[in-house]
Design a protein around this ligand. Structure first.
Ligand SMILES: [Zn+2]
Length: 269
């Protein structure tokens, strides 16, 4: 399975290089240095984010608990002070463990997640991660991959293979579309958001080590009765914790620097 996955990932990488050569502007470098394809206009992605957030605000009940608002705003302010830009934060009255950020600088936090965390550092880890997805333009990349994939599939269909090898290749593309191509890139996005989030939280003065506790708590909670919605889109815990641990020395340096210049956000539930 893993061999197949890496084969398809390699195929998509080759295709991306091909597209990048044809359309120079479509190829960009991500904040952690990955080559990636961004075909969509940023303004359009932003508009989609704003629309989605507006829909959520009209459909979902909001949590107007003052203490929750102060807690979440205090954390989000400290983090977005590091990233720049002005961000809107809304708490949704939803018991599931979830938080998200959308293009257009929108952050949503569910009440369930506020109840789960032991301290501000843990929630800072999630908010930093979600903001990382937005700043790294992962939505644009995801939509561009889908476009690239449909071009590959259409191209393969046009060939109308008559040989067994041709049919095999076509079948492989179909399987690749479902399991091979998209999945490894989603994990790449998760890793990137984790590393970016860890740096943001540490630079804002939150203890980056709490990120590991947070993901462990999320993992435990998702195995119990409590729904952990975020886990369905944020898989593979062992890998996540290993990567966070590997990056921890860098993040701890940022944390110590922040502390030394008095960045000690006091955010309490
Ligand atoms: Zn994520």
């Amino acid at each position: 399975m893993h061999i197949f996955q890496s084969t398809y990932k390699l195929m998509l990488n080759k295709f991306i290089i091909l597209i990048c050569t044809a359309l120079l502007t479509a190829c960009t470098t991500s904040p952690t240095g990955r080559s990636r394809i961004t075909l969509m206009p940023d303004a359009q992605i932003k508009q989609m984010g704003l629309q989605a957030f507006n829909d959520l605000k009209t459909k979902k009940k909001q949590d107007n608990n003052i203490r929750h608002k102060q807690f979440v705003n205090c954390i989000a302010d400290a983090i977005t002070h590091e990233t720049g830009g002005s961000w809107e934060v809304v708490i949704f009255a939803d018991k599931s463990l979830n938080a998200f950020a959308l293009p257009g600088n929108k952050i949503g936090v569910h009440t369930g997640l506020i109840n789960l965390v032991d301290n501000a550092d843990q929630l800072a880890a999630v908010i930093g991660h979600e903001v990382g997805h937005v700043l790294a333009k992962h939505s644009n990349e995801r939509m561009s991959q889908k476009t690239a994939l449909s071009i590959i599939q259409k191209g393969a269909a046009l060939l109308s293979p008559t040989t067994d090898a041709g049919k095999l290749a076509l079948g492989a593309l179909g399987i690749g579309g479902q399991y091979g191509l998209i999945l490894p890139f989603s994990r790449a996005h998760e890793s990137e958001a984790d590393i970016m989030g860890l740096d943001f939280m540490a630079k804002a003065g939150f203890d980056p080590r709490e990120s590991i506790t947070l993901w462990q708590k999320m993992d435990q909670a998702s195995q119990g009765a409590q729904p952990a919605e975020i886990m369905s889109t944020h898989p593979s815990h062992g890998t996540r914790i290993n990567e966070l641990s590997a990056h921890m020395p860098v993040a701890l340096k940022y944390y110590q620097q922040a502390q030394s210049i008095g960045k000690k956000p006091r955010c309490h539930k």
